[in-house]
Design a protein around this ligand. Structure first.
Ligand code: PLP
Length: 367
């Protein structure tokens, strides 16, 4: 652990060494509760994405509130989740190398770990590795629904893949996934609804074709934080693989998503070298600018105009209350997922004081 500063339980936020990743415990709990209540009201399963927070403690909170398991992007994330006692994981991505497929099979000795496939060759490789160990692996077919990333590109291709899987030993096909990631930030809402409808129609059409051909399609997984309300209106979608809602970020807030901003980064003013300029100790190695500049939690009369590796530059407006060296400022990241991955630890804050810390165990788990 490199950032090995001791932080005393109960100490005020402003005593924490910076940069520090903060999570507001009350807001986090409220977000988890809200999505859990929503999914129950829609009678749809919740399998929250682990890639957002990469923190098993937080996943267990989601499971306690009713999530059926978690979704992961990488097998290295799945390994950490399984080792923390999570019993069902969907890897919503393709594992194509021998070592990753071997790991997938090994993990299935401990928990049920499903994986997405979009090619016959990949299914054959998984089947071979599973047969060698005498285990059965469950796969779901990834269908591209417009994101143009992984996934089968046609009904015919999806059907042929299902037919091939059926013939392979030690492989079971449980259903489908189709992530409508190209629609999650769209505004206005009517445009988002329209694009999302097209995506869900593609996914559900695929389900229908598989069902008509005698395949059991128990799982149809979709949904992002920006689209979960729309996606869950479609009959036949069985689960949501939402991630960002728990911590939230400014990009989602900006597009009108009604979850609370639980995540922030604490910075310190380290220099005020000119009348209208202040510098903070948070740069690109401590917060992402992927979706635009971070935003101050409390207006300071200043705006963040640039980030370099270790510095953030603030332009102070003429009517700004003067910032002083040593002042602590909280920032909302525009993207939570790529900011959290920069840190080892969440500082868990309640009533402006440090309640506990949670290790971000899967930080950097990108394999
Ligand atoms: C495959 C997949 N599913 C679900 C999600 C969750 O999306 P969100 O964080 O918008 O809820 C993502 C996010 O990138 C994703 O890539």
């Amino acid at each position: 652990m490199i950032n090995n500063y001791s932080a005393k339980t109960g100490s005020p936020v402003t005593d924490l060494e910076t940069p520090a990743l903060l999570i507001n415990a009350d807001l986090l709990d409220a977000n988890i509760e809200k999505m859990a209540t929503f999914s129950k009201s829609k009678d749809i399963n919740l399998r929250p994405h682990f890639k957002t927070h990469k923190c098993p403690t937080l996943s267990h909170k989601q499971i306690v509130k009713g999530a059926i398991g978690i979704t992961c992007a990488k097998v290295s994330e799945a390994e950490i989740a399984v080792n923390s006692g999570i019993k069902e994981v969907l890897i919503a991505n393709q594992l194509v190398t021998t070592e990753k497929i071997e790991k997938l099979v090994s993990l299935n000795r401990h928990s049920k770990v499903l994986v997405a496939v979009d090619s016959i060759k990949n299914a054959q490789d998984i089947s071979k590795a599973a047969a060698k160990r005498g285990l059965a692996i469950t796969v779901i077919i990834e269908r591209d629904v417009g994101l143009k990333r992984c996934g089968t590109r046609s009904l015919d291709e999806s059907l042929k893949l299902a037919q091939a899987i059926e013939k392979l030993p030690n492989l079971q096909m449980a259903g489908l996934m189709g992530y409508e990631g190209h629609t999650v930030f769209l505004t206005p809402v009517d445009n988002k609804k329209d694009q999302c409808r097209r995506a869900m129609e593609t996914l559900l059409e695929t389900k229908e074709v598989l069902s008509k051909n005698g395949f059991t399609v128990d799982i149809v997984s979709a949904g992002g934080t920006g689209t979960h309300e729309i996606t869950s209106e479609y009959n036949g979608i069985t689960e949501l693989q939402v991630g960002s809602y728990a911590t939230m970020d400014w990009k989602y807030k900006e597009t009108g998503i009604d979850f609370a901003l639980a995540l922030s980064v604490l910075s310190t003013v380290i220099s005020t070298p000119e009348k209208n300029l202040a510098i903070i100790d948070v740069g690109l190695k401590a917060i992402t600018a992927e979706f635009g500049m971070p935003v101050f939690k409390t207006p300071t009369g200043a705006s963040l105009v640039s980030l370099s590796e270790e510095h953030g530059t603030l332009q102070l407006n003429s009517d700004a209350s003067k910032l002083s060296v040593g002042d602590k400022l909280e920032l909302y990241p525009t993207h939570g997922c790529t900011t959290i991955n920069l840190y080892d630890t969440f500082y868990v804050i309640r009533n402006n004081c440090l309640e506990t810390t949670w290790p971000i165990v899967a930080r950097g788990a990108v394999r």
